[in-house]
Ligand binder design. Structure first.
Ligand code: GDP
Length: 902
């Protein structure tokens, strides 16, 4: 406080000048005008006058109640053995009263005086007691009792009189009265001196305490300001609001904030949380009361030892060994030390690191924090547990033998990758094996006279690179398909780059040799410009001239692959726990996660406990690429398994483990690692956005929510779509997944103004209703390039009128009958719209397209009809598709010419 004019003072206390002047007059001060100065002493007088006037009201003005709610999560093991996360909400209410400094001073003085007085009295009385005791035994007893009361302050006077009297009587001596009196006088003098000294001391202490409190407040306010600007924590902003309103409140709240940290600290040290802290305290007090009552047999209360609470304050602080990987999320770090996240954030702030609880921090910083908290940091490799498992599995394996090579076919679109894969499969897979429905499991193997070759049949570079980006090296050899009539094209060059980057040897297959326009020499020439020099020209790249159509050169190609494999000396063991890689995974409504795995080492058996990525489970069933049930699979054999609780990602490592606990440990570690990486990516993304919008305002971004039938396509499409972004228009896949489009996808698309794209999947009923109601456009595709072209066109704003399909009607198969004429006839119920006999149809299973074609027949009862409306039953047969099943859906659509908008 400094000298101020009345006007200034009025502004600083927020009162109208007239009102303040009235109060000044009432306080008997001389000022009458707004410009008059008011000194510090006068301000003090004014304050004490106001206090007198307002009496009790003043007390409550310095009172602030803070309510705080903190939510945290706790992990507990459920009965099923799985970890469950429970939200814990702790509500606290603190009332802080600002003590009047005068009052504090007075109280401190009174307290000091009382203490001294009590000491003096005890001395006087105890020492004097023997002298007076003979004549006034009861009085002496009372005096001693007072002393005892000062010390114990528990027992009732009446009861103690007799007890104390006995004590005093026993201790009585016959020392001279004079000496006692002198001693008493001396003590009285000392008492005065001590009082003065104590008062002085108190005053100094008080000043120091205030200074410290002020500094602490400043610090806290600064921290809170930083916190508020860093992230919007409700507590912090609420506090800041008060801070802005009034300096007094700021001080109090700042102190309160510090105090609450300190309080939490104490509670944590006691090994209890705030919610439970009260109970033991209460119990403790009750225990004490009962104990003191128990000294009063008259009241007839029994000793309550049996009721004593079980809480015991830990004598020593718990010191934990805190394991820290290369990064750790702040909240997890706090959990490992069993302290509040806020504590950790506070310490990080002191070190100049402003982070939120969901951010990951580096190993070194985390280690410093752990040390500061008094625990032991244990630095571990992120992959420690996995490495251990791998080593154990490796050790358990038997002798190594030669294994089949795994081949990926790459090349430019339309150069014949799919045709070549089909050709090899058709000619080489024994007809008996291929008898059933050929399944798409992402890979197949062929047996030749010279050996087995496994082909990964997810063509496309994106699948290859996304697998590689997950650290998986599934491919041993790349077969680069180049059309003899087309030559090296952009994706041919891209494929060469990918193969080189992965260090995978290349074999060139010049395809379409049956064509008249084929010009293999030109192709070879073009290849040399890409540093692919054919063997026949003195280089090291084997080349085969083939035709997927005529089958020419296929055997030579397979021979070349096997020779290359021999050079590579591919080895694996057939014994021991299997290890492999996820090729593809999808979720099937009736069977759960269906995962295609390429076994790379060891043997995979039905019943094995498999850890794939972050999920683990027992292999319930296993099929080969022909849909045949098998019991085991060795190295280089692709299989499809059931039994994992959720679909892992393509490229995830697969390992058979014999210890469920270890599997869980590694799965958990991988999950948290994924989470950390995701959070890192998210914050990076936020930053990028920030930069982008700073540098260039209003860069339009097309948000996409993408659902596909299999994971391979999802990854390929995501990479392709994200890669479309340019400086002027961005594309961002904000949500993606495998399986039908659900209500939550629609909600996501709606909230982020995204387009919803389905690749070979459909929206389920609720999603469709929601999208209709909200006007969200869902677009369905079954050709990758159409989808990408659409998004590209949308980006360039050149959406030309185009053919687009509308779904006219949907029917559900209720029962399937065998018909001599059609093979399989389906009894259906039309769910929506109208079923037309002459329009194109699709068969959907779990909202995923399984067949496209047309109807062979549509009937109501015996009659052939042109259309059937919703709510009616009908019988139908699909042309060329006999595998129809109950609950499949038949979708009739129409292709229209419309103006596009995305
Ligand atoms: P992908 O996009 O690389 O998978 O190419 P596809 O396998 O789908 O083939 C593209 C087109 O080339 C199709 O129309 C095939 O019929 C045709 N094709 C593929 N291989 C041959 C071949 O050896 N000879 C001829 N004449 N045409 C071929």
């Amino acid at each position: 406080m400094t000298d101020k004019s009345i006007k200034e003072l009025a502004v600083s206390v927020g009162l109208p000048v007239e009102k303040l002047l009235d109060q000044v007059r009432e306080a008997g001060l001389p000022q009458t005008k707004a410009e008059d100065k008011i000194s510090v002493e006068q301000q003090d007088r004014l304050v004490s006058h106001l206090k007198k006037v307002h009496g009790q009201d003043n007390g409550s003005a310095g009172k602030i109640t803070l309510k705080r709610k903190t939510t945290s999560t706790a992990k507990v093991a459920s009965t099923s053995g799985k970890a469950k996360t429970i939200n814990v909400e702790v509500r606290k209410k603190h009332t802080f009263t600002k003590p009047d400094p005068e009052q504090i001073k007075a109280e401190a003085l009174a307290k000091a005086a009382a203490e001294n007085k009590a000491k003096a009295e005890v001395k006087v009385e105890v020492k004097a007691a023997p002298a007076e005791q003979k004549s006034q035994p009861v009085n002496n007893a009372k005096a001693t009792l007072d002393a005892m009361r000062a010390a114990q302050n528990k027992e009732t006077a009446k009861q103690e009189v007799s007890k104390a009297a006995v004590v005093v009587k026993r201790k009585s001596t016959n020392k001279p009265i004079v000496k006692q009196t002198v001693k008493a006088t001396e003590t009285a003098e000392q008492k005065k001196a001590r009082e003065a000294q104590a008062a002085q001391l108190k005053a100094v202490e008080e000043a120091a305490r205030r200074k410290a409190a002020e500094e602490a407040q400043q610090r806290t306010l600064e921290q809170m300001r930083q916190m508020a600007s860093k992230y919007s924590n409700e507590d912090a902003t609420a506090t800041i609001r008060v801070v802005d309103d009034s300096p007094l409140a700021a001080g109090l709240v700042g102190q309160a904030y510090e105090d609450s940290f300190a309080k939490e600290d104490r509670e944590i040290k006691r090994g209890t949380n705030t919610a439970t802290a009260r109970a033991p305290k209460k119990g403790g007090r009750r225990g004490q009361e009962e104990q003191s009552f128990s000294k009063q047999p008259k009241r007839g209360l029994k000793t309550s030892q049996g009721n004593k609470h079980g809480f015991e304050k830990p004598v020593k602080k718990q010191v934990y060994d805190v394991e820290i990987g290369s990064t750790i999320v702040v909240a997890d770090l706090a959990q490992k030390m069993a302290i509040k996240v806020r504590e950790v954030i506070k310490s990080l702030m002191k070190m100049g690191e402003l982070v939120t609880q969901n951010q990951a921090i580096d190993q070194e910083i985390a280690a410093l924090i752990v040390e500061e908290m008094g625990h032991n940091p244990v630095l571990v490799s992120d992959t420690q547990a996995e490495d251990n498992l791998l080593v154990a599995a490796e050790e358990a394996r038997g002798a190594q033998t030669t294994r089949a090579p795994v081949v990926t076919i790459m090349g430019h679109v339309d150069h014949g990758k799919t045709s070549l894969l089909d050709r090899i499969r058709r000619t080489k897979v024994a007809s008996g094996e291929a008898g059933g429905i050929t399944q798409h499991i992402g890979a197949y193997h062929v047996t030749t006279d010279k050996g087995i070759i496994t082909f990964l049949d997810t063509p496309g570079h994106a699948a290859f690179t996304s697998m590689r980006s997950r650290g998986a090296k599934a491919t041993d050899i790349v077969v680069l398909v180049v059309a003899a009539d087309d030559g090296v094209m952009p994706q041919t060059a891209e494929a060469i780059d990918h193969a080189r980057a992965a260090g995978t040897p290349i074999i060139v297959a010049i395809n379409k040799m049956d064509k008249e326009s084929a010009d293999p020499d030109r192709v070879l020439n073009e290849l040399t410009t890409k540093e692919i020099v054919p063997e026949q020209w003195g280089g090291d790249v084997p080349v085969a001239m083939v035709s997927a159509h005529s089958g020419q050169g296929i055997d030579e190609l397979l021979d070349l692959i096997l020779i290359q494999a021999e050079l590579l000396e591919l080895k694996a063991s057939e014994e021991g726990a299997a290890q492999g890689v996820v090729i593809e995974a999808r979720v099937d409504n009736s069977r759960g996660a269906v995962t295609s795995i390429l076994v790379q080492n060891g043997t995979l058996n039905v019943g094995d406990l498999v850890l794939a990525g972050a999920s683990y489970g027992r292999v319930r069933a296993m099929t080969d690429e022909n849909g045949q049930r098998i019991k085991s699979a060795g190295p280089s054999i692709p299989v499809e398994i059931l039994g994992l609780p959720e679909a892992p990602m393509a490229g995830d490592e697969v390992l058979v483990v014999n210890d469920e606990k270890k599997a869980r440990e590694v799965a958990d570690a991988r999950l948290s690692r994924e989470r950390e990486q995701r959070l890192e990516r998210q914050s990076a993304m936020r930053l990028e956005n920030l930069m982008a919008s700073m540098g260039k305002k209003d860069v339009p971004v097309i948000n996409v929510v993408l659902k596909t039938d299999v994971r391979g396509t999802l990854e390929a499409l995501t990479v392709a779509l994200n890669g479309l972004s340019t400086d002027e228009v961005g594309v961002r896949v904000i949500g993606s997944g495998v399986g039908a489009i659900t209500e939550s996808d629609v909600t996501l698309a709606e909230s982020s103004e995204a387009v919803l794209l389905g690749f070979n999947v459909r929206a389920d009923t609720t999603a469709r209703q929601k999208s209709d109601a909200d006007g969200i456009d869902i677009r369905y595709y079954s050709i990758i390039y159409e989808l990408i072209d659409d998004v590209k066109a949308a980006m360039s704003g050149k959406l030309a009128p185009e053919h687009r399909e509308t779904i006219l009607g949907v029917a559900q198969v209720r029962e399937v009958f065998h018909s001599s004429k059609f093979g399989a006839a389906a009894g259906c119920m039309v769910l929506e719209g109208v079923l037309h006999r002459n329009k194109p149809i699709r068969v959907l299973r779990d909202d995923v397209v399984v067949f496209q074609g047309e109807l062979e027949s549509l009937r109501r009862y015996k009659e052939v009809v042109e259309e059937v409306r919703a709510g009616m039953e009908c019988g139908l047969a699909v042309k060329g598709y006999k595998d129809i099943k109950a609950l499949d859906k038949i979708e009739v659509y129409d292709v229209q010419l419309i103006k596009r908008s995305l």
